[in-house]
Design a protein around this ligand. Structure first.
Ligand code: C2E
Ligand code: MG
Ligand code: MG
Length: 759
């Protein structure tokens, strides 16, 4: 409401200003125009007071305008009333100059705040324009004025300088107008006010020079428009946003500025060549003007060149540093390494440490990406502190850092350095979220003088990978055999991609025996991969790779359906109990797949197996990293009747609270405990404890890897509910399953069990 009143008042004021200006011209009477001028200044005083209370512009702008108005009005009143005495003329001349200086600085301030443009370059262009217009001013008004009047030369010179500064004002104003993305009404009103004042000044001076007879009336009319436009600007609501930052224009108005500065150069030169000097003074001033103009242009060019050079340096620096940590990035690390290799014969054997933060993903996932960034910055600081000045550290990517050690003389120099890095993380890192402990795996590679920087980095990376495999938080030094293993792994990765469609993957099944009656209660499906060349790859080798590359998703869903179809066939053939179950191993990656639960339900439906006949085996690792999506998928399946077993129980880190959060129905006691059952007291205590705990949590227990009759006997005595292992049956292909079941039915070591169950 208030704002629309302000907007209408502004428009009204501007129209009134034009009306009164027309009246001034029409009347063409010195007394009337004097009164109109006085009235205009009074209304501006009122408008400024209103604006201070209502529109609330930026206080600096408001104060600046107040100074401008007071100075220019006093100056004009003095100029109109005082006599021709030189001393009294000095005051208005000085005031007008001051007005233009205040206006110029105010506009530069606005252009800097509003457009973010570099005020120095705007000023530099403005000075070229001023120097150019100075010549025109000299030629159009000053020179004739000096010839006509007996004013002292410095009064005229001050007037000339004032007019030149006002051309800077106009230029800056144009920069704001044409560089602005949205020109608010206040900006336009300010523009009209300044243009009005400037044209008033030129007209007034032209009058003095005797160039235009009616100049004083026209000048007053211009001033009236200017005063009303200033009021309009200050009562308009948009005055508040005058110094607010605007979104930058995508295309800066370079062309416009270029045209203006070129004109400022060309017009004086043309005027100079077309007109002849009228006196010696004129000749000297013309020469001086050209020199000043040339100096301004030279300074501008020099300044631009310097700015460009600085920008170029900054861009180059940015392209070679990591924005987060301020460390050199991969490109710069490679450069430093190359330099170290080139100068190596004299300085010793260069080496690289490739540092990877262990389980960094966990930090990101559990504490958030901001914390992850903070940890990386803290790691960078720690590395900078702990490394000697002869080494340089850079960030290669994500959580990977590299240290270039140019002068390490002996092998243990670099390994000692790596040990120092491992040790420096024993103290926690303090980040905003609290203290965080990290560990690092480090690969070390030494230059042999022939390998390139990239080769060396790759070797250190390979060694780091080895350090990770051997349990993290340690160091590995590169040797050629690592590359062979790495390429063997790559070959597996590639072959695995096609294994499924080439039907190289199949399932074998290991019966699970119910220790209550000695019968086969179910089977565990295990994957086998026979490659084209006849070699067979162990699941322990290819499942982790399939997991990493994502191939586990198609492989896993194939295995699930295949296993359930097999179970359906055996039940239909009467080879096993109608209620027999199928256990399928599921990897974390599958559980995190949002489509997992649905695909299990679909497989059960297609195979025609009841959900209660399926066991999903997951390892404890699933419960640790990112448990939420896994919990959700398992809950959904458990709700449908599918049961969940924790595989290799006791080898991971699962806590009892995690066991409670997950819908778990069975613990599978890891083979390592079962194998020590009859020889190692600790193992036997552990198994007994697991079985007792399962009883009280109402969980089922199955012992894995049962290989001897003694182990079987011990498990029965402890009350374990199920067993699987080579003693009872190896994993066998589907067609051999009925035979395996028959063998178990007559298995001598199960005789005691059958006897006690009365079967
Ligand atoms: P697991 O689920 O713990 O499977 C039991 C492993 O123990 C199998 O090894 C099995 O052959 C072996 N085993 C059974 N009885 C005995 C015994 O008495 N003595 C000894 N020494 N070993 C025995 P396998 O088939 O090599 O599988 C290794 C692992 O690979 C499995 O451990 C499982 O974690 C994974 N795996 C196998 N098939 C699949 C699958 O289809 N999907 C997923 N995600 N993982 C699978
Ligand atoms: Mg298993
Ligand atoms: Mg197992």
């Amino acid at each position: 409401m208030a704002s629309s009143v302000g907007a209408r008042a502004s428009l009204g004021l501007l129209l009134l200003g034009f009306g009164l200006a027309a009246a001034t011209v029409a009347a063409s009477d010195g007394r009337i125009s004097g009164w109109i001028y006085l009235g205009s200044t009074l209304q501006l005083a009122v408008a400024l007071a209103v604006s201070w209370r209502v529109a609330r512009p930026d206080r600096r702008i408001w104060a600046g305008l107040l100074v401008v108005v007071v100075l220019s009005v006093t100056g004009q009143v003095l100029d109109r009333s005082v006599g021709e005495a030189a001393a009294t003329q000095a005051a208005p001349a000085g005031m007008f100059l001051l007005v233009q200086l205040v206006l110029a600085s105010g506009l530069l301030f606005i252009s800097w705040r509003r457009l973010g443009s570099d005020p120095v370059s705007v000023l530099a262009d403005g000075v070229i324009v001023a120097a150019g217009s100075w010549f025109l001013i000299w030629w159009w008004v000053l020179q004739p004025t000096i010839a006509r009047s007996d004013d002292p030369w410095w009064v005229t010179a001050t007037a000339g300088v004032t007019l030149s500064v006002s051309s800077i004002v106009l230029f800056t104003l144009a920069t704001i107008l044409f560089g602005d993305t949205d020109r608010s009404p206040a900006v336009w009103f300010v523009a009209v006010a300044i243009a009005g004042a400037a044209s008033g000044d030129v007209l007034w001076a032209s009058g003095d020079a005797g160039r235009i007879a009616a100049a004083p009336t026209w000048a007053t009319a211009s001033y009236v428009v200017s005063l009303f436009a200033a009021s309009a600007a200050f009562v308009h609501p948009s005055i508040r946003t005058l110094v607010e930052r605007r979104p930058a224009l995508r295309r800066r108005p370079i062309a416009g500025r270029l045209v203006v500065t070129t004109l400022a150069l060309a017009v004086p030169v043309v005027a100079l060549s077309l007109t002849d000097p009228v006196s010696d003074t004129d000749r000297w001033i013309r020469t001086a003007s050209v020199v000043a103009l040339a100096a301004a242009v030279t300074a501008r060019v020099g300044f631009t060149v310097r700015v460009n050079a600085r920008m170029q340096r900054e861009l180059e620096r940015q392209a070679r540093t990591d924005a987060l940590t301020g460390l050199p990035n991969r490109a710069l690390v490679a450069e430093q390494l190359t330099a170290a290799i080139v100068s190596s014969p004299s300085s010793g054997t260069p080496s690289v440490l490739f540092i990877d933060i262990d389980r960094f993903k966990n930090i990101n996932d559990s504490l958030g990406h901001q914390a992850g960034d903070d940890v990386l910055v803290a790691v960078a600081d720690r590395l900078r502190r702990v490394l000697p000045p002869s080494c340089s550290v850079g960030r290669i990517s994500g959580d990977e850092f590299a240290v270039v050690n140019a002068g390490g003389r002996a092998t243990d120099g670099a390994t000692a350095l790596a040990e120092r890095v491992v040790a420096c993380f024993h103290e926690p890192l303090a980040v905003r979220q609290g203290d965080v402990f990290v560990t690092a795996s480090i690969g070390v590679a030494f230059s042999d003088g022939t390998s390139s920087a990239e080769d060396l980095l790759r070797q250190a990376d390979t060694a780091m990978y080895r350090a990770k495999q051997s349990g993290r938080n340690c160091i590995a030094v590169f040797d050629a055999s690592m590359l062979e293993r790495a390429s063997a792994r790559l070959a597996i990765e590639t072959a695995l991609h096609r294994a499924l469609e080439r039907r190289e993957v199949r399932l074998v099944h290991q019966p699970i025996v119910d220790l209550a009656d000695g019968g086969v209660s179910g089977f565990e499906a295990l994957m086998r991969w026979e490659r084209e060349d006849g070699t067979s790859v162990s699941p322990a080798e290819f499942i982790p790779i399939a997991e990493e590359t994502g191939t586990i998703l198609p492989l896993g869903s194939w295995a699930l359906l295949e296993a359930l179809v097999h179970l359906r066939e055996w039940i239909d053939q009467g080879a096993c109990r109608p209620g027999a179950t199928m256990s399928v191993n599921v990897s974390p990656r599958q559980l995190h797949d949002p489509a997992f639960a649905a695909s299990v339900e679909e497989a059960l439906r297609r195979a025609g197996v009841a959900p209660t006949q399926l066991w999903i085996e997951v390892t404890e690792g699933v419960m640790l990293a990112e448990p939420e999506p896994a919990v959700a998928a398992l809950r959904r399946l458990a709700h449908a009747g599918v049961r969940v077993a924790v595989d290799d129980f006791g080898t991971g880190y699962s806590s009892l609270s995690l066991l409670r959060r997950f819908p778990v129905h069975r613990l599978k006691i890891d083979r390592s405990f079962v194998s020590g059952l009859t020889s190692d007291a600790n193992a036997s205590t552990l198994v007994r404890t697991i079985v007792a705990m399962s009883h009280s949590l109402e969980l089922d227990t199955v012992a894995e890897g049962v290989e001897t009759a003694e182990q079987l006997g011990a498990l029965c005595a402890m009350g374990c509910s199920g067993a699987q292992g080579y003693l009872l049956s190896h994993p066998v292909p589907p067609r051999s399953v009925p035979a395996a079941i028959a063998a178990i039915a007559g298995h001598p070591d199960l005789e005691p069990v059958r006897r006690t169950s009365g079967g």
